[in-house]
Design a protein around this ligand. Sequence first.
Ligand SMILES: [Zn+2]
Length: 233
Amino acid sequence: MSQLQAILDYQEADRELYAIERELSSSEERKKYVTLKKFWDSAPEKLDAMEAKAAAFKAEAEALIKRYEQVEATISDFENFEELVSDGADISFYRKKAQSVSEQLKKVKAEINALTANIKAADEEYQKLKKQVISAKKQLVAAKEAYEAVKASKADKKAEIEKKLQAFVGKIDEAAMAKYQAKRKEKVFPVFVELYGNRCSACSMDLPLVACSKLEGGNVIECDHCHRFIYKK
Ligand SMILES: [Zn+2]
């Protein structure tokens, strides 16, 4: 048996296995499992980000307390106000100072309000994530079981085909097999396609005559368009 024929026979046997793999990978069970798993795996990172946010809020609150204390300290300047006035102090100076204190307090208050709103939003986000994580954990277990069940339902058929494929070991050149498997891994299937007229029978791309002539004697060429191997019988 020629090398080409051997690999074509292998491909024919492999066709069903490929179809099963495609069916499994596109199954709703797998999609659901993968989505939940992705969410589950990303949860620690999201929780870390929230923790960092909480730490930033804490620092912001501490800075605000400090600013409030500074403003409070300037208010003590007014304690002996009556005495200062009777000693002939400039009232307009203290009026200006009182205005400035009032403005600073307004600013601090606005920042406290903004911070409170941010903390509230972050807390809501955290509560939501917490609920999602709890629910995802339950769903993930069920989704995994469902996906495993679908896989198990195909296991016998897969094993049967794999046994058939095993029988080709030694009949096909290793380098050719490696090329085949690499294409298959890229989800290029079938890997080997026949020349049709002077076209690739998979994607219908026209082949230059010089390329077609290379196919004589069991040689193959790679299609520039769909990257399958083209052969001529
Ligand atoms: Zn092609």
